[in-house]
Ligand binder design. Structure first.
Ligand code: ADP
Ligand code: MG
Length: 327
């Protein structure tokens, strides 16, 4: 199929009408109106097949995930999503794949009334670059640099599921990572978390003006909380026993494997934030009512780096803090 027909397929599914899109897909550039008093929050993320998602991932899920990981960055800033761009590199002009990809992208975009306003198409190994634009009132964005000594450390949802889902896939392939085998039912729900992460957009908005620092967990809790610590000039202590686990994860792995997945597994796209104790009760209540509650997992302390402790206060050794390219 010709490039322009593929673009038309994507446009038909994803170019949702918004009053602030003065000109969307079809010209040399989109023309977009930023509401008065709002700052643009802009972020971009690339997903490469075989690196950021298994080659076997369904096209629908690749479309969903390529937008979800970007919306997660807007959520972590406390921004409201508005527009996206999509640069697709495809090995061939596979109309069926592109249609399903666009359906997955559109399913999530529709939830947030986000409009796809432009993009690009090239031929090569499968790779997807999405850019997102959102709004946040001037001065209200949630920053990594705003943690204060004495803050509690919190995470939304549960941790470790996506990394566990990846183990399930490797286990299926008979690969090397095959510690305690998870059941087929547990694996189905864990793989769902890997393939279709839920960006915590409503929760990011609820944190605005009430949490201090915030980050989304894409590379693993220890690594990403480490970014908050470095940017804020503080340290953090995590109580490993308090880390929230889904019932699928809880049932599928022994405690030490579970803790390793929760501390270092990437791809969960939960929010990790810090908040003063005075702000916490009403904030936690509002998060619970938003459909995704948060759990206190530790505290911000003077010093640097992230320390992990078990119930007796002994350090828990973290083998590899998180995912890194070029390492
Ligand atoms: P140009 O040659 O000027 O870069 P293109 O032919 O690449 O224009 O794109 C034509 C129009 O289609 C532009 O508005 C562009 O933003 C849009 N577009 C191209 N690829 C995509 C895509 N993958 N998703 C959404 N819009 C796209
Ligand atoms: Mg182009």
């Amino acid at each position: 199929m010709h490039e322009f027909n593929l673009i038309a397929m994507i446009r038909d599914r994803c170019a949702l009408a918004r009053e602030d899109v003065r000109l969307g897909i079809g010209d040399d550039a989109a023309l977009l109106a930023v509401p008065a008093g709002q700052i643009l929050a802009v972020s971009t993320d690339t997903l490469v097949a075989g690196v950021h998602f298994p080659q076997s991932t369904r096209a629908f899920d690749v479309g969903w995930k390529s937008l979800a990981v970007n919306l997660s960055d807007l959520a972590a800033m406390g921004a409201t999503p508005a527009w996206a761009t999509l640069a697709l590199t495809l090995p061939d002009a596979d109309a069926q794949w592109v249609g399903q990809f666009a359906d997955g992208f559109a399913a999530l975009a529709g939830e947030f009334k986000l409009a796809l306003v432009g993009g690009d198409m090239t031929q090569g190994s499968l790779s997807i670059t999405v850019g997102v634009h959102g709004f946040v009132p001037d001065g209200a964005a949630l920053l990594r640099s705003a943690a204060r000594v004495g803050d509690g450390v919190y995470v939304t949802g549960t941790l470790g599921d996506a990394a566990a889902g990846l183990r399930c896939i490797e286990q299926d392939k008979g690969g090397s990572a095959t510690p305690p085998l998870a059941s087929a039912t547990a694996c189905a729900s864990l793989i769902e978390r890997l393939d279709r992460p839920t960006p915590r957009v409503a929760q990011g908005l609820a944190l605005r003006g009430r949490a201090n620092a915030c980050i989304d967990i894409s590379d693993g809790l220890v690594a990403d909380l480490g970014h908050i610590c470095a940017a804020s000039g503080v340290g953090a202590e995590i109580d490993v026993e308090s880390l929230p686990a889904s019932s699928a994860l809880f049932g599928a792995f022994d405690a030490s494997t579970r803790h390793a997945l929760q501390l270092t597994g990437g791809d969960d796209y939960e929010l990790c934030f810090t908040a003063a104790d005075s702000a916490a009760p009403s904030l936690l209540g509002d998060l619970a009512r938003s459909g995704c509650g948060a759990t206190r997992i530790g505290r911000i302390v003077a010093g640097r780096g992230v320390a992990t402790r078990d119930a007796s206060g002994n350090p828990v050794v973290v083998m590899q803090p998180g995912w890194e390219h070029f390492s």
